[in-house]
Design a protein around this ligand. Structure first.
Ligand code: ADP
Ligand code: MG
Length: 313
């Protein structure tokens, strides 16, 4: 393609909210044979919502949520935001989208409600660990608990499986080495996700899903969206390895993601596509930015590349 054609295509892309970082990126997209999608925030809305909160001990529900929200308030994770939102709702007994004037007042009342947190650590692919009011708190998945020497009792495991088979993520809460509760969190698919997956398959491109989430939830979500190749319980560095494993048999790979944990994979891919609503780190690592955060633009980008490069050759 001539420099003019590249410029025109870049302009057309921009009009659709598809930012293309250079001619190489534009040329590569037409050759893509695999599109690897991150799950949370990419295939799903990333607007996770707490559906259930089960307290196992005699602990008061309000106190339980207060403890959990205090710990998760320091985390940027979509799951953490859902937990904080839920606790806030519970605390005020009304939706958070009240008038702004009231909201400021509520913000300070809410932060006053939260407990003192120290030694906060975000454990990648696991959850969070911290001290809340001097108590040792763990919030996250099975691995987080077992790696900290805790066992998952049968009745809790049963409840987790139930949640996961319904495409939900179970978040475990432990306090001073006692498992005190589980939160069920649902994150609905983006409305266009299944159509885009189907469209890619029709174009002869294989969709793949990669996620840090557990196998059961991952498979339930993949089934809903129509993806057959799933890689679950993958650590951030592992996502880049998945990209490379596809490349090693000569495939041209696109990676679509939104999170900090996706950035190594976005950089490793032949074509990295960042969700516009995603983190700055992901946007920086990518070759394309999908400003509308709409997955249809994955196809828009590939089509644009095809039209620009196949016609002229
Ligand atoms: P994804 O690849 O789906 O974006 P992550 O690698 O960010 O997932 O996280 C993997 C898993 O670790 C989550 O599904 C969750 O079980 C757990 N996790 C991570 N951060 C948190 C947190 N702040 N609170 C609760 N659980 C968490
Ligand atoms: Mg994500």
């Amino acid at each position: 393609a001539t420099p003019t054609a590249v410029m025109v295509a870049t302009g057309i892309g921009a009009k659709h909210g598809v930012l293309i970082k250079g001619g190489d990126a534009l040329e590569m997209a037409q050759k893509v044979t695999y599109v690897i999608f991150d799950k949370t925030g990419t295939l799903t809305q990333g607007k996770a919502t707490v559906t259930t909160a089960k307290v196992f001990t005699g602990m008061d529900r309000g106190e339980f949520l207060r403890l959990v929200a205090s710990a998760e308030a320091s985390s940027e994770h979509p799951l953490a935001k859902a937990v904080v939102e839920y606790a806030r709702h519970f605390h005020f007994f009304e939706p958070s989208d009240t008038k702004d004037s009231q909201k400021n007042d509520k913000d300070s009342k809410y932060s006053g409600w939260l407990l003192d947190v120290s030694n906060f650590i975000a454990v990648p692919g696991r959850g969070v660990r911290c001290s809340v009011d001097g108590k040792h708190v763990l919030i996250g998945n099975r691995k987080l608990l077992t790696e900290n020497g805790m066992a998952i009792p049968t009745h809790v495991e049963k409840f987790l499986v139930e949640l996961e088979e319904g495409a939900q993520t179970g978040v475990l809460v432990a306090c001073d080495d006692v498992l005190i509760g589980v939160l069920g969190i649902a994150d609905p698919l983006k409305r266009e996700a299944a159509v885009v997956v189907e469209g890619l398959i029709k174009m002869g491109i294989t969709p793949v899903m990669v996620t840090g989430d557990n196998w059961r939830t991952a498979q339930a979500v993949a089934k809903e969206v129509g993806i057959h190749d799933v890689r679950a319980e993958v650590m951030p560095a592992g996502k880049a390895e998945v990209v490379r494993s596809f490349q090693s048999n000569g495939s041209v790979v696109a990676m679509v993601g939104d999170g900090i944990n996706d950035s190594p994979a976005l950089a490793a891919a032949d074509v990295g596509m960042a969700i516009g609503a995603g983190t700055d780190v992901a946007i920086e690592a990518a070759d394309y930015v999908l400003m509308r955060s709409n997955l249809e633009d994955v196809i828009t980008a590939i089509d644009l590349s095809k039209k620009t490069f196949t016609r002229i050759r």
